[in-house]
Each structure stands twice: as C-alpha cells, then as structure tokens.
Design a protein around this ligand. Structure first.
Ligand SMILES: Nc1nc2c(ncn2[C@@H]2O[C@H](COP(=O)(O)OP(=O)(O)OP(=O)(O)O)[C@@H](O)[C@H]2O)c(=O)[nH]1
Ligand SMILES: [Zn+2]
Length: 336
C-alpha cells in the first residue's frame, strides 16, 4: 500500500492523469479556509493555493488536486467521485461540504437517539451525494429490551447495510472493515454522544503504523465538546482514511430529488401506475401508492414521511433560470 492509497487515492483518480501530467504531484485537500487550503501529501501537509482565477470556495475537503513538484499552486482539480453539498439559508450558491467520500457511516445508538425520520434525512442527503450509506447502530451492549433496531433500520432503504456493534469492544472496527479497504474514504455522521469518537479511535488504533496518522483524531476536550471545527483527513484501519464532517449537523433536505427517490424506491416505483402522471399520492383516484397503503404493502407512516420530505425538498430547492429561461435545479443541472 502506498502512502497515497492510505489517503484514499484509487484507480478512479489515477486514470484521470494525462500523460502530460505524470510529473505533477497529487495531493488531497485536508482543510479549506477562505483563501487558504492545506493538503495531505502522504508524508505531511503542505499549504496550497487556488489558481489565480479560482477561489478556495470552489474546493472541498477531500478533493484531489495536482500541484507542481515542490509547488503550492493547484494546477488542476481531479474529477470528483462524490460530492456532499448543502444549501445554506438565503445563499444562491451551494456550500461544498466534503468530496470523494465513498462510504458514510450514519451512526445512531440503540436507545432514544434512534429516530427513523432523522435517519431518512441523512439517507436522502448521502444518496444524493453519490455516497454509499451504512447505518451503524452502537451501544448494543446496553440494549434494555428486545426491540429490533436492526430490522427497523434495514427497512429504511432497499439493500441498506446495517451494522450493530458495541463501539467500546476491542473488535469494534472489525464490523466496519468491508468499507475500509485501501483507497477507500469513509466519514461518520450522527448526533452527539452516539459513539462517533469512540468508533474513530477504534478504527485509528488498528492503522498499520502510528506514523500514518496524519492528524489528531479527537479535536475536542474529551467531553464531547469540539474546540475546533476544521475538517481533516486521517488514515485508519484497513488502509482507508476518514474525513471529519462536522458540517452535517443541520439536516435541511434540499436539492435531493434523486436521493429521495432512492430512499423511497418502493414509492418511486409505484408512481408510474397511478392514473394521473402528476399524482401527488394524497387524494387522487386511481393512486397506486394509496392502494399499496390500503393493501398493507406500504405503511401510512412511511408515506407520511415521504410527503413531508418531498415538500421540504421542493421548498428548499432554489431554482435558477437557465440560459433560455428554462428552470433548472442547481443540484446537478437536472431538468425539473
Ligand atoms: N456501552 C457503550 N458505550 C458507548 C458505545 N459507544 C459509545 N459509548 C460511550 O458513549 C459516550 C459518548 O461516546 P462518543 O464517542 O464521545 O460520542 P460522539 O458521537 O463522538 O459524541 P460527540 O463527540 O459529542 O459528537 C462515551 O462515554 C462512550 O464511551 C457503545 O457501543 N457501548
Ligand atoms: Zn399516486
């Protein structure tokens, strides 16, 4: 394993290099501040600058960029595998949160933190970004009754991987190893206190060499309070790396139409069978979705959450007028 693959470098990025670019050095953006960025080289961090015509806000933590050997100016940013972004209130442009994350561990504990509606929000955003979601249920050692959190989590989305573990157990990282191979980048989200730091430490302790730890894992005071909000990259067990994403604490669903369709695939697939093409699945005659609820194939509560998230997505998605006055969503230029 090379130092770069421990930072998430993979064939997807290597394949993008032109023959003319073989002399350039790939580095990975670890922090972005106004005009200043720090990048991981595999042996340490260097300061890098956007090209003259660009600004740092066009870059996201996790981006791979090419620099001249010994240089600090970005020559080119490589195409992203995935991009998590969000609409900040009142802003016309979208804020880039993190790029090139392969797997998002959505962490929740097997207690009152477990909240289906919130997990669905995370899933919609993670799906939309092109990231593979994995639900990680922590604190199984503290389960008081036999409620099947795993079954409830699996029902949230088709083929959704769900891993239940005790984050404090010595083998905690083992359950996450399928997503932590060389060249992989993972990130964790979840509420305060669910065990994200505990899991991070479990993953980091199994890193092949201490020297590969390129940053401190815990940017806090040990009581769950974060003293710094800077995001960074860390090498972890199995040859993968993890990116801190504190920016995922607010969960407005916007520009997530495809992510919602994937989350609610059973509803999405029924819609073409409705009598009306633009059926809202609320009160129309001949609605295949309502029929599925009546037949007991779809729960009314799930459809209710579908309605709520659809409405929120519509309200928060900023529409821009395209060149010919055609309205387009600013997510990926999908026509609406
Ligand atoms: N018994 C048990 N305790 C756990 C488990 N996971 C985490 N804890 C404990 O729960 C508390 C909170 O864990 P953290 O890892 O700090 O939670 P966090 O998600 O990082 O929280 P923030 O830093 O506030 O975002 C700690 O006391 C952990 O030891 C688990 O699976 N089982
Ligand atoms: Zn319908």
């Amino acid at each position: 394993m090379t130092a770069l693959s421990g930072l998430g470098w993979s064939r997807f990025f290597a394949a993008q290099l032109d023959p003319a670019e073989v002399g350039l050095v790939p580095v990975r953006i670890a922090t972005v501040h106004r005009s200043r960025m720090m990048a991981e080289t595999g042996t340490g961090q260097i300061r890098v600058y956007p090209q003259a015509h660009a600004t740092a806000t066009e870059f996201a933590v996790g981006d791979w960029v090419l620099v001249e050997p010994g240089g600090q100016t970005v020559v080119r940013r490589l195409e992203r595998r995935t991009l998590l972004q969000r609409q900040t209130e009142g802003a016309r442009t979208r804020q880039l949160i993190v790029a090139n994350v392969d797997t998002m561990f959505i962490v929740t504990s097997c207690n009152d933190d477990f909240n289906i509606a919130r997990l669905e929000r995370y899933l919609a955003l993670v799906n939309e970004a092109g990231i593979t979601p994995v639900i990680v249920l922590t604190k199984i050692d503290q389960l008081e009754h036999a409620r099947s959190y795993s079954d409830e989590a699996k029902a949230l989305q088709r083929d959704l991987p769900v891993v239940a573990l005790n984050a404090k157990a010595p083998d905690a990282a083992g359950g996450l190893s399928p997503w932590c191979g060389p060249g992989q980048t993972v990130a964790l989200v979840g509420s305060s206190g669910v065990g994200k730091s505990t899991l991070l430490n479990a993953l980091a302790q199994k890193a092949p060499t201490e020297a590969q730890l390129t940053g401190s894992i815990r940017e806090g005071d040990g009581k769950g309070r974060h003293t710094t909000t800077s995001r960074s990259l860390h090498a972890i067990a199995g040859g993968a790396c993890v990116i801190d994403t504190p920016g995922m604490r607010t969960l407005h669903v916007s520009n997530a139409t495809a992510g919602l369709d994937m989350l609610f695939a059973e509803v999405t697939e029924l819609a073409p069978n409705c009598r009306f093409k633009d059926c809202s699945h609320a009160h129309e005659p001949g609605c295949a979705v309502q029929a599925a609820v009546a037949a007991g194939d779809l729960s009314a509560a799930r459809l209710d959450r579908w309605h709520k998230l659809q409405a929120e997505n519509r309200a928060n998605t900023v529409l821009h007028s395209g060149p010919r006055g055609n309205k387009t969503s600013n997510a990926k230029g999908r026509p609406r």
